[in-house]
Design a protein around this ligand. Structure first.
Ligand code: FUB
Length: 337
């Protein structure tokens, strides 16, 4: 764990922050901000964080995660978290923005992977959890006026439930890992899946599907789809195999067809899952993921978010990610707080 002396702690967060480092509990359950400095990977070491999604808004880099708690034997994830940075070195953890229990239809402690996107000044957080009534996992959406919340359930019901996809898979956990994309013409799309990748259009209100669910043909798809675009290319990265690596495919259209391009990231240390987000920030591309790298109790159910650079080849294909201990620790030149 990162030493307490490296943490910048303000005001009332001091006592709670010290407690959090030693006990691994949430120190931001109140309204305090928690400031810390990242010196490499994992970037967050005062609690376990998993399934990162990234959002750039008003020149700020936001990372949204689930929180791994419990004894490290299974996914015990009561809530989601949000962190922000202007320089990729100094980070702020904001008050806890969303919990599984904020979705009345969801079973508690099932805050699986998610993504936040902005539309018309509102922030939509697509999440997945175990449904309390309809058998299986389900996708929900919460909404807020700010990227740091507070978020509330935007529908009062799940957006996607397991019964909507049983014709493609017999498993009850295929409706997980939502990823959202708003295309250049304003049409929004929801991608998700486990074993089978799916996508569907979203209505302008971002809280309803706007058409059929369509399977996406990808080799060895496990889970964790993420869409990004550079120049004329769309990229669909995803977790493949198990333990998971990250693979990717490219297309000239958000509707595919997707051409498989190979492995993007190898197995991330000490974690059988590998969940990525890819964003551009101030002219550089970042690969955000998790590993099980915190000693001594890190692992597949005690994960930690890391960030490394992503580079492109001249033909638009992606160079394999080089996972590092140093990370993107470069606040000095080029960055202004
Ligand atoms: O964190 C729970 C699940 O593990 C996520 O939904 C998957 O992407 C995998 O990381």
């Amino acid at each position: 764990m990162k030493s307490i002396s490296k943490l910048k702690i303000k005001g009332l967060a001091t006592i709670a922050g010290l407690f959090a480092v030693s006990a691994g509990v949430c120190q931001t359950e109140g309204n305090e901000l928690f400031h810390f400095e990242s010196t490499g990977n994992p970037i967050i070491t005062h609690k376990y964080t998993a399934d990162p999604a990234a959002l750039i808004h008003n020149d700020v880099f936001y990372v949204y995660t689930g929180q791994d708690t419990g004894d490290g034997k299974w996914y015990d994830m009561p809530n989601w978290l949000v962190f922000s940075s202007k320089d990729m070195k100094n980070w702020t953890e904001h008050p806890m923005p969303l919990k599984t229990s904020d979705f009345k239809w969801a079973k508690d402690h099932s805050s699986w992977a998610s993504q936040v996107i902005e539309r018309n000044g509102k922030f939509y957080w697509y999440t997945c959890s175990e449904h309390a009534i309809i058998h299986g996992k389900a996708i929900g959406v919460a909404v807020a006026d700010s990227p740091t919340g507070p978020f509330v359930d935007a529908r009062g019901s799940a957006l996607v439930t397991n019964d909507m996809t049983t014709k493609w898979t017999g498993i009850s956990w295929d409706d997980i890992d939502p990823s959202v994309w708003i295309d250049d013409d304003g049409q929004a799309y929801l991608f998700w899946g486990n074993t089978q990748c799916y996508y569907a259009k979203l209505k302008e209100n971002m809280t309803e599907l706007d058409g059929p669910i369509i399977p996406v043909d990808l080799p060895a798809f496990t889970e964790a789809p993420w869409i990004h675009k550079k120049d004329e290319w769309y990229y669909l990265s995803y977790a493949t195999g198990f333990p998971e690596k990250t693979a990717y495919a490219m297309s000239k259209s958000i509707n595919g067809p997707w051409e498989y391009k190979g492995i993007l990231n190898e197995i991330a240390g000490n974690s059988n899952t590998n969940h990525q987000a890819i964003v551009e920030f101030r002219g550089k591309w970042y690969f955000v993921y998790h590993n099980g790298g915190i000693q001594t109790e890190g692992g597949s159910f005690h994960r930690s978010v890391c960030i490394d650079y992503l580079y492109y080849n001249a033909d638009g294909t992606l160079k394999r990610v080089h996972m590092t201990s140093e990370g993107v620790n470069e606040a000095a030149p080029g960055f202004q707080n």
